[in-house]
Design a binder for this molecule. Structure first.
Ligand code: PMP
Length: 404
């Protein structure tokens, strides 16, 4: 992997912050965007800005083709059986809200959903909102000391009212890669479908719906070198067919009259209104980019960064506490330095050009389980280097010395 070439694809990495070269370690929140993705956005605006699916004119057809080419590319990339199973949304959050709102209508008072304590708020709150409309009980899988799900507990939470399992593939705080395939097999053996929040998995590892057998899988483009404002809900066709529409409007109908409306076929039934077709078109370039570098190489590089950074942090920052030490873990390091507030650590790192995230990371129940208010999180992507890890450790040591 030619890391210098890769870095040169991301113009933002030339930026300075407080006069220091930017070291961007907030990739879990959003990753940076290579030139070819931005170029596609610009090209769409300059050459093919026309509403999709509605026009016979050339521009509209080109915009439609660009959008549908992305859909087909994603279908192949995640191993979905058909493009009917690939729904465009605004992101992971909207994808899960769609599932909760629509699939949730098929649930009944007294039904139960199994979640885990490491879920992002976007895989908790939509189910709670559903619970405000129907009496739905949420059952929560706990974690062990290293941040892995307690699979014994998981098995014990099923009963004859369990209607769904909703679980993240990779935790955005702990980095833990959950054994989704086994969890899906367990749920399916009891006839229960599984929704997977794949926001933190898809940028870092191969995911294949044929292998995982998940019933729903949600992710966002902006975390995988793509544009903002686009996400995917993959859903198995037989489930999507059963589900009522999510929002009403243009694009999602077959025929409308005041007496009643019939709905469009999949996937359009779930895509009301003008989609973000410009960014959808650019999303394809992000996948091409990942494919060009190679997912296995990206994963191996990030694994090196994770191992190196973890070892150095443990060795050189006295008393540091790292949350999440699962053997199978993605390149995310959440931590606290005793006696230093996470917010102050983040501020002092920023002053040295290092961008990390601080706070609860949209995972307040997990913070509660860990007994903390918040923490600092450094997370890596393909363009980060070992030299950046060195600079990060130097900056962190300085911050620790100032604060403790
Ligand atoms: N789930 C997880 C695990 C995430 O990390 C995030 C983003 N931090 C989301 C869901 C929400 O993604 P988005 O804001 O793109 O909808």
């Amino acid at each position: 992997m030619d890391i210098e070439k890769i870095r040169s694809d991301f113009p933002i990495l030339e930026r300075k912050v407080y006069g220091r070269p930017l070291i961007y370690l907030d990739n879990t929140a959003t990753s940076q965007t290579p030139r070819r993705v931005v170029d596609e956005v610009v090209s769409m605006y300059y050459n093919a800005k026309a509403n999709v699916h509605r026009g016979v004119h050339t521009l509209s057809q080109e915009a439609t083709e660009a959008q549908e080419a992305t859909r087909e590319m994603i279908r192949a990339w995640i191993g979905a059986e058909s493009v009917e199973e690939v729904i465009f949304t605004r992101g992971t959050t909207e994808a899960i809200n769609l599932a909760a709102s629509s699939y949730g209508q098929l649930m009944e008072n007294g039904d139960e959903i199994i979640l885990t304590v490491m879920e992002h708020h976007s895989n908790i709150v939509p189910w709670q909102l559903l619970g405000m409309r129907k009496r739905i009980m949420l059952r929560v899988v706990p974690i062990n000391k290293v941040g892995e799900l307690d699979l014994e507990a998981y098995r014990s939470l099923f009963n004859d009212r369990t209607r769904l399992v909703a679980v993240c593939h990779v935790s955005n705080v702990l980095g833990t890669v959950n054994p989704i395939k086994e969890m899906v097999a367990e749920a399916h053996s009891r006839g229960v479908p599984v929704l997977v929040d794949g926001a933190q998995a898809v940028p870092h590892m191969r995911v294949d719906m044929r292998d995982l057998d998940a019933d729903f899988y949600a992710f966002s483009a902006h975390k995988m070198y793509g544009p903002t404002g686009v996400g995917i809900l993959y859903g198995k066709k037989h489930l999507l067919k059963m589900m009522p529409p999510y929002q009403g409007g243009g694009e999602m109908i077959d025929h409308v009259s005041f007496e009643g409306t019939t709905f469009a076929d999949l996937p359009y039934k779930f895509e009301a209104g003008t989609p973000d077709y410009v960014d959808i078109a650019a999303f394809r370039r992000a996948i091409e980019y990942i494919q060009g570098v190679g997912m296995d190489d990206i994963a191996a590089h990030e694994e090196d960064l994770l191992r190196y950074a973890t070892e150095r942090m443990l060795a050189e920052i006295p008393g540091i506490e790292i949350y999440g030490m699962a053997p199978y873990k993605s390149a995310v390091i959440s931590f606290n330095i005793p006696g230093a507030h996470h917010y102050d650590v983040g501020m002092l790192l920023d002053k040295q050009g290092v961008a990390v995230r601080t706070g609860h990371h949209c995972a307040q129940p997990l913070m509660h389980a860990l007994g903390i208010e918040g923490c600092v999180r450094a997370s890596f992507a393909v363009y980060n280097t070992l030299a950046e890890v060195d600079a990060f450790i130097t900056a962190l040591s300085r911050a620790a010395a100032m604060l403790t």
